[in-house]
Design a protein around this ligand. Structure first.
Ligand code: SAH
Length: 354
């Protein structure tokens, strides 16, 4: 039975699903979830991410990680953890650039937190030479050593919930069935016990994510116990905003979120302030939330692009396009944000006041 048919049966039996339950099933259903069965990362698949746009992205994050290691006092052993490493491109570029810091790679014990079996295979193929450990959950990472953690486009997969404004009150936006038995958005009959933040335009749809704040808390605890720094880059907001950001992507195009359950990537904008606040409340220090453009510029992406162009003059136009895509406000530069949760006394690069 297809995932759609099973979801329809479940709703007919148990009532409407929250958006979070729907996302979770579409992404992780063991028989038919997108990441469990058919994750389509890369040019030939459904979507590409910053590491696929240019090697510069992973290289700068490699230098960032090496710099945090230096700031930690160059411990003989450090856990280098990536959450949701996709096809392994980011870690592979990071490790290559990390060679520039003598001793860093020898100290780094690499851990990948990944639930997707097909993606673990791709990571194994991409990172063949380097010893790797896999975990399915953050809680499996031991905390008896400092940690340097990175995650690109991981938080946007965490399930969100939505509320819709109904003229007089907010109700949770659920997923039910229409008269013909097809999936549709429906309003929960129960009033919503949420205090919504003030924003310039408080109307339409409001999103929140218990999964995101729970995860923020776990990151805060991890950093407080192990010491170190955790870098998160993703698309999302740096202040309260209203609007429906749930998005399905298949074959590099947006489609309706009910069009192909389990066959499309399903993500939403990350609420960075809520995530960082949860991590802070659990014991980590939080950096400012910066745009990806400002973060990468502060790490020296323009100088890196110049160096690549000098070494490959025939690729000047291509490298220029890649740089624009990563840092231009019209492309990924402003929609994508970066934040770092870290232990006291560290000054992770890229987050100094501009
Ligand atoms: N970071 C990569 C891939 C982003 S796609 C890149 O930038 O290209 C999202 C990644 O997160 C995939 O590897 C997916 O399998 C993983 N993922 C999604 N939800 C997860 C969860 N709950 N736990 C662990 N990994 C998860």
């Amino acid at each position: 039975m297809s995932l759609r048919d099973r979801l329809i049966e479940r709703i007919a039996r148990d009532g409407p699903l929250s958006v979070a339950d729907y996302m979770d099933a579409c992404l992780h259903d063991p028989q038919d979830g997108y990441y469990a069965v058919r994750p389509g990362l890369g040019a030939a698949g459904d979507f590409i991410t910053a590491p696929h746009v240019s090697q510069m992205f992973g290289e700068l994050i490699g230098l960032w990680a090496a710099s945090v290691w230096t700031d930690l006092g160059q411990p003989a052993k450090v856990r280098l953890v990536e959450l949701g490493p996709g096809d392994g491109t980011l870690m592979s570029d990071l490790l290559r650039a990390g060679r520039a810091a003598p001793g860093f790679l020898a100290a780094a014990e690499v851990w990948l937190v990944e639930t997707s079996a097909p993606l673990r295979e791709r990571q194994k193929a991409a990172l063949g030479d380097h010893p790797i450990r896999w975990a399915s959950r953050l809680e499996e990472i031991p905390t008896d050593r400092p940690i340097i953690l990175i995650a690109n486009e991981f938080l946007d997969c965490l399930p969100i919930r939505q509320a819709a404004w109904e003229g007089e009150r907010w109700r949770e936006r659920m997923i039910g069935l229409d008269d013909s038995g097809a999936l549709v958005f429906s309003a929960s009959p129960k009033p919503l016990g949420l205090r919504l933040p003030e924003a310039d335009e408080a109307w339409g749809v409001f999103e929140w994510s218990d999964a995101l704040t729970d995860f923020g808390r776990k990151i805060g605890v991890l950093i407080a116990r192990a010491s170190g720094a955790a870098l998160f880059i993703d698309y999302g907001r740096d202040r309260p905003e209203y609007g429906d950001t749930l998005q399905a992507l298949r074959g590099h195009a947006k489609e309706g979120v009910f069009d192909n359950p389990g066959h499309a990537d399903l993500t939403a904008h990350v609420d960075f302030p809520a995530f960082a606040e949860a991590a802070r409340a659990a014991g980590a220090r939080g950096s400012a939330i910066r745009t990806q453009g400002n973060f990468l510029r502060a790490l020296g992406i323009e100088a890196r692009a110049d160096a690549l162009i000098r070494a490959n003059p025939e690729s000047t136009a291509r490298i220029g396009r890649q740089l624009c895509r990563l840092i231009d406000p019209e492309a990924m530069g402003e929609l994508f944000k970066a934040v770092c949760l870290h232990s006291a006394g560290l000054n992770p690069p890229g987050f100094e006041a501009p």
